[in-house]
Write a protein that binds this ligand. Structure first.
Ligand SMILES: [Mn+2]
Length: 355
């Protein structure tokens, strides 16, 4: 069954046609990365309309849709709608711009537009359950990221800057096959570690400081995401105490994570441990998020996410404690949820490391 068959199975029976316009969802359905292009899919056939810059590649790699070179896009869409006698067309409400929708409506006549969230929700629901080939890509991305972690432990010494450490992590990932970085690499040290999404600076790392590294690789479009907080030299008693609380919370959440629980329930496992230790107010973000073709996607493991976490969802588990002006600790792995537990994709050590 192709991803298009699965999509139409998720959709109400009366939807004749779908239009996939977002880059990430176009890649999901066709397997091909491009900055432009349109997928139009009917119950019996799918098409990728794509311009000259991508046409040679598309004809070589796209197996799930007939590839058509883009000439006059709206005329081409209109012709396909007539050819397949479609009476309606569902659009990606959550990613399409108002401008895109208005333009479509101007050109595509006599077709009912379905502008509700039905298509976006169906695609999100498919993307939340990773298939084997997606999981392979995610694991490969993580293997690359872990090579960078091993390498960085040899690289870090007193005096190198946060920015140099970030560059070195990225360099090792790129030479090991990463397509890019999952997101802007976060490397923070000392008091900077209390800012969960701080930006690497020219600050040199010093003895007795935590160094927090949050980064990921990309393989075949799929992302990885990990955070490690290590210490240069010996941590203080307070640093060690906070580290152990975060680690305990993180391990407890991984031990109990499974498909069928809600995102809120998973978040609570870690959050309650941090709260009971007296640091609740210092854990100001969610426990985790889905990861796949996007670095942040559904489902969430957060206090407000009341939906069930589905089987084969890939989610991060990343509790943290951040004490402004002092230091912060975050430890992040990501896992595949199964009925009776989860598989941890992240293999790097997470006991407190002092270099
Ligand atoms: Mn993350």
């Amino acid at each position: 069954m192709t991803k298009f068959d699965k999509l139409f199975n998720e959709l109400p029976d009366d939807i004749d046609c779908v239009l996939v316009t977002s880059d990430v969802n176009r890649r999901y359905f066709t397997g091909m990365k491009s900055s432009d292009g349109t997928v139009i899919a009917f119950r019996d056939k799918a098409y990728l309309i794509i311009d000259f810059r991508y046409i040679e590649k598309a004809r070589a790699v796209v197996k799930t849709a007939e590839v058509i070179e883009q000439k006059k896009l709206y005329n081409q869409i209109q012709e396909l709608i007539h050819k397949h006698s479609a009476e309606n067309i569902a659009v990606e409400s959550q990613t399409m711009t108002i401008n895109q929708l208005n333009t479509l409506k101007k050109f595509i006549k006599d077709t009912e537009f379905i502008e509700t969230d039905v298509l976006s929700n169906a695609i999100n629901s498919l993307r939340m359950s990773k298939d084997l080939s997606e999981i392979e890509c995610i694991k490969k991305a993580q293997e690359i990221a872990e090579l960078a972690f091993d390498g960085i432990l040899d690289y870090i010494k007193e005096g190198v800057t946060e920015r140099e450490i970030a560059m070195e992590l990225e360099r090792i990932m790129m030479i090991n096959g990463s397509e890019g970085v999952s997101f802007e690499t976060i490397v923070l040290s000392g008091a900077n570690t209390s800012m969960p999404h701080g930006v690497p600076s020219d600050k040199p790392v010093q003895k007795g400081e935590f160094i927090l590294m949050d980064y990921g690789a990309v393989y075949n479009g799929y992302h990885s995401d990990m955070t490690r907080t290590i210490c240069l030299g010996e941590p203080s008693a307070e640093m060690r105490k906070v580290y152990e609380i975060v680690l305990e919370a993180q391990k407890a959440a991984i031990n109990q994570a499974r498909a069928g629980m809600t995102g809120q329930e998973l978040d609570f496992i870690a959050r309650s441990i941090i709260e009971e230790a007296g640091y609740g107010e210092y854990f100001g973000h969610s426990l985790g998020h889905g990861v796949g073709l996007e670095i942040h996607e559904k489902p969430n493991a957060s206090q407000s996410y009341r939906h069930i976490l589905n089987e084969n969802a890939v989610v991060t588990i990343e509790p943290g404690i951040y004490i402004a002006g002092k230091f912060g600790v975050r430890i992040e792995d990501f896992v595949i949820l199964h009925k009776n537990g989860c598989e941890n994709i992240t293999k790097s050590a997470k006991n407190i490391i002092s270099l």
